[in-house]
Design a protein around this ligand. Structure first.
Ligand SMILES: C[S@@+](CC[C@H](N)C(=O)[O-])C[C@H]1O[C@@H](n2cnc3c(N)ncnc32)[C@H](O)[C@@H]1O
Length: 927
């Protein structure tokens, strides 16, 4: 690994804002002149003016603003990956450690202290000079940090964060545990490891050094006097240079300020551009300088709104303009910019966007199944790697500053002594705090950064089920499990939603959910432009389904566990607090508990007019600009009971999308013209409503035909007599009008049932059914199924046809289950898929009706009612029987979920908001 110019050298977990000179470097990288500096009194000398002109020319020549901007935009989709990691870009987030509230005692953390071994003298000298270069000398051409960052705000945040830092250190001190000896069976060099305890004092020294202002200077392993003298001399020279540079910068700054003084009076009013002007400037997006100036102006006005605002302009107009300009300046789509902008106060938002332009440090996690951190550090130092402990909060992380060898290809790496893993990705595992001999499920685990950490904390005892729905990613997962020597781990390839029915009763479950990756923009800048509203809807839906499945897979009666950790590498509220809040609402048998992580910002309890459950403050948020680690979110649940009690009803309960417990007026959402037009169109189109019951027989027949065409036969659903009776009783209590409606619906249901039964009978006659599940297995499956939410809507479908057809159908079915993102290979297939996709849209009303019918059909659970014949492809392969029946409420939820899923597929594909909000609301209200 070579040196990385834009990699932040700040220690991870250190809650200090990105320094001004880093931000200035970014501005410089873009070839932009410094932003408005603070005016000063002194006039520039002639020499100053000359120097300034030279400087201006130098800046213009290598990187003209226009060209640079175009380049930024074009380059955005290509992820900048400085170090080859086995973790995937968007999905991979990786790496920390601490303990949860109850976990401090339970967690099996690493035994070693944080100190590093002494490197050989020769290496030390090299490192010393490297460190000095990195940490002491100032960058040439230092430019001003953007003025629009809001100096006051920055200072404040830095104060607050320093306080937090202190707290964190205290918290971590409390976490210091006695060393646990490693399991000698796991190592060949057990004796050597035991001997290492003697060096603990050394570690303390380094820990103390950690408090020094410059963390890199902590890497002073050298106690030799001569070396000290050399270092002093070097330092003096460096200091001289730095002073010189400082002076130059000051001069430049003064000059710039003078120039600006002539242009802008701080009290001067700034006029917002008119609609026409905005349109014109949107056409000339390359004029970044103009945009930057406007950003500065708008921020200045917002900071002193009463005095500086233009007559008749509202604050929201200024904010809207600011969002647009920031989107243009940093290269985000406006939708995402708005979403992220509102997470922070203005100055902090800009810090966040700036931090996304800087690479996070490369971090490795010591694999304690094979080595100890001190041994690993020594081995890497011997190879010339410049490193230091990642921070006091982790005993296994090492931050790599520089390496003459690729860090992903050292003998130690190949031998599985470490995992390349972002620091943030340690966090959920630390929070999960698995205990020896437990059964743990990692529901979305590829490529296995967290799985292998869990296995290490379990010391290869108990078992880890490492699941991932993506088969290709499972290969990387398996490779990592083998390389790191995890012997207690089973790899599975299922949709996570199937888990509670497949295998339940886990002590702990980690759900590191698929997400938009807004926390890892510095790794994958493509996120800036390729995430639309539809993507967020789509992801939120998957996350909601998975979180319920994760909760239902845990055994509340576990002697040591009963915990679920939900995490994402995204910072949006929709993928975090919203999902957790939804889970609390749908599963009143869980509660949030402290994550056990000693740093991190509290999760939102309210956001833009919505309020969440008050315990959401126990969840933790991590941002690149505060902790110098990828953006991340961690929450931890404790399951109190295996029974799902009735959720308390309130006005908003019908709407799963509503965030909260308290009914709050929804915020004014800025919508693009397209969705608004679509929504009004939806209103105008009566055929999109679900009231058209008369045609439902035809609709169902059409639906069955459509499925049959695909080679999918619909099996009858068994309807329990008791459930029917219950429904009849309920009906008796209803007003006559409603009873008539129900009767009508019942008749249609019957019609649909017979329609479904015909093909099913055929298939039963034509094919021998698989051996029935034995009754005890059936009972336990049924029991598991009783606690789970909706089964996959496709569970009742059976694949038929030729071998080839079956394969195609399976794939299609699987893709549908995975969200309908078709991936045809041939041109003809693509065409067909496109047709299918629009077919879905056209058929939506039919499907909605069919779903309504289906949800009305009560499918009662009973052990004898478990049908083992219809298995999704993977289940059939693994020979695991699939639960067939689901509870009535689960089926209802399934209907809603399916609707939302279809809606998001269409929205996703057409890149427009779906016009089907009315259907969704209606569906929810009627079932
Ligand atoms: C954030 S990544 C997981 C990273 C992993 N925990 C680690 O530390 O290396 C999310 C993963 O979820 C998987 N995934 C997406 N949808 C899934 C589903 N329905 N069931 C199971 N896994 C799913 C993706 O294939 C992806 O590998």
């Amino acid at each position: 690994m070579g040196s990385r110019g834009h990699q932040s050298k700040k220690k991870q977990g250190d809650p200090r804002p990105i320094s001004d000179h880093v931000l200035a470097r970014i501005a410089e990288k873009r070839g932009l002149p410094p932003p408005i500096p603070t005016p000063k009194e002194d006039k520039p000398s002639k020499r100053d003016l000359k120097r300034s002109r030279q400087n201006e020319q130098a800046k213009k020549q290598p990187a003209p603003v226009k060209k640079q901007q175009v380049e930024i935009k074009k380059k955005a989709p290509a992820p900048k990956k400085p170090v080859t990691s086995e973790e995937g870009a968007l999905w991979d987030d990786e790496g920390v450690e601490s303990d949860d509230g109850e976990g401090i005692d339970e967690a099996e953390f690493e035994d070693e202290e944080d100190e590093l071994p002494e490197p050989p003298k020769k290496k030390l000298q090299q490192q010393q000079s490297k460190k000095e270069q990195i940490t002491v000398s100032k960058p040439k051409n230092l430019m001003l940090a953007p003025k629009f960052m809001g100096k006051g705000a920055l200072d404040n945040s830095s104060d607050v964060e320093e306080e937090e830092d202190d707290e964190e250190v205290e918290g971590l001190d409390a976490l210091e545990e006695d060393e646990d000896s490693m399991d000698a069976d796991e190592f060949d060099e057990g004796d050597e490891m035991d001997g290492e305890d003697e060096d603990d004092d050394e570690f303390e020294d380094i820990d103390e050094d950690d408090d020094a202002p410059n963390p890199k200077i902590n890497l002073d392993f050298n106690s030799d006097d001569e070396d000290d003298e050399d270092a002093d001399e070097d330092e003096m020279e460096i200091e001289r240079e730095a002073r010189e540079q400082d002076r130059e910068n000051e001069e430049l700054e003064e000059l710039g300020e003078e120039e600006l003084k002539t242009n802008i009076d701080q009290r001067e009013k700034f006029t917002l551009p008119s609609g026409q002007e905005i349109e014109k400037s949107a056409l000339q997006t390359e004029d970044l300088q103009l945009v930057l100036t406007r950003i500065q102006e708008v921020v200045r006005v917002l900071n002193n709104f009463r005095e500086l605002k233009e007559e008749g302009r509202s604050r929201s107009e200024y904010i809207e303009q600011l969002c647009k300009d920031l989107a243009m300046y940093y290269g985000y789509n406006e939708y995402l910019m708005e979403k992220l902008f509102h997470l922070f106060p203005i100055s902090e938002a800009i810090e966040f966007f700036e931090a996304n332009e800087v690479q996070r440090p490369v971090v490795i996690r010591t694999n304690t199944l094979k080595t100890r951190r001190r041994d690993l550090a020594q081995a890497l130092i011997n190879r010339g790697v410049n490193l230091e402990p990642v921070g006091k909060w982790s005993k296994v992380g090492l931050q790599i500053f520089d390496s003459p060898v690729p860090i992903g290809a050292t003998p130690e790496y190949l031998a599985g002594h470490y995992m390349l893993q972002a620091a943030s990705s340690f966090l959920p595992v630390v929070s999960l705090a698995p205990q020896e001999n437990e059964r743990v499920l990692d529901m979305c685990s590829a490529p296995g950064g967290k799985t292998t950490y869990i296995a290490a904390l379990l010391k290869n005892t108990g078992s880890v089920f490492a699941n991932d729905a993506n088969k290709d990613r499972c290969k990387a997962l398996m490779a990592n499990i083998h390389r790191l020597g995890a012997k207690n781990t089973v790899v599975c390839n299922y949709d996570g939603k199937e888990f509670p029915a497949l295998i339940g009763g886990f002590d702990r479950v980690l759900l590191d959910a698929p997400c938009s990756g807004t926390g890892v923009i510095s790794k994958d800048p493509a996120v800036k432009i390729n995430k639309s509203e539809a993507d967020f809807n789509f992801l939120a839906q998957i996350q909601r389904e998975l979180i319920l499945a994760a909760i239902d897979s845990v055994d509340a009666n576990s002697a040591t566990g009963g915990y679920i950790v939900y995490s994402t590498c995204s910072v949006t509220v929709e993928e975090n607090e919203d999902v957790v809040n939804y889970a609390l609402k749908k599963r009143p048998n869980v509660k949030l508990v402290p994550t056990g992580l000693d740093f991190g910002k509290e999760g939102f309890v309210s956001y833009r007019g919505r309020s969440f459950h008050p315990t959401l403050n126990l969840t933790r948020r991590y941002y690149p600009h505060t902790y110098n680690m990828d953006g991340f979110y961690v929450s931890k649940f404790k399951k109190m009971s295996n029974k799902i009690p009735e959720a308390p009803k309130n006005e908003n309960d019908d709407n799963d999308d509503e965030y909260d417990a308290a009914p709050v007026p929804s915020p004014k959402k800025k919508k693009s013209k397209a969705p608004a037009a679509a929504a009004s169109k939806a209103k105008a189109e009566p055929e999109l409503t679900l009231d058209n019951e008369d045609d439902s027989d035809l609709i169902q027949a059409a639906e069955a035909k459509r499925l049959k065409k695909k080679g999918i036969k619909v099996q009858p659903r068994k309807v329990d007599a008791a459930a029917e009776k219950a429904e009849a009783t309920t009906a008796a209590k209803l007003p006559k009008k409603k009873v008539n409606r129900l009767e009508k619906r019942e008749a249609k249901k019957e019609a649909f049932k017979s329609l479904k039964e015909a093909p099913s009978a055929q298939s039963e006659a034509g094919k021998p059914r698989k051996k029935a599940m034995d009754s005890s297995a059936a009972t336990s499956k049924a029991k598991a199924a009783a606690t789970i939410p909706a089964a996959n809507p496709n569970d009742h479908l059976q694949i038929t046809g030729s071998k080839k057809d079956k394969r195609v159908n399976r794939r299609e079915l699987w893709l549908e289950k995975m969200g309908g993102l078709y991936t045809a290979r041939s041109k003809a297939d693509k065409k067909k898929q496109k047709r299918d996709l629009f077919g879905v849209a056209a058929d939506l009303e039919d499907i909605s009706n069919a779903l309504e019918m289906e949800t009305a059909a009560t499918v009662e659970m009973s052990p004898t009612n478990v049908d083992t014949s219809a298995k999704p492809p993977q289940q059939a392969k693994a020979g695991v029987p699939k639960k067939k029946a689901v509870s009535q409420s689960a089926r209802r939820l399934e209907g809603v979920n399916e609707m939302l899923r279809l809606q998001s597929i269409i929205a996703h594909k057409s890149f427009k908001a779906s016009p089907l909000d009315t259907i969704r609301t209606h569906l929810k209200n009627t079932i």
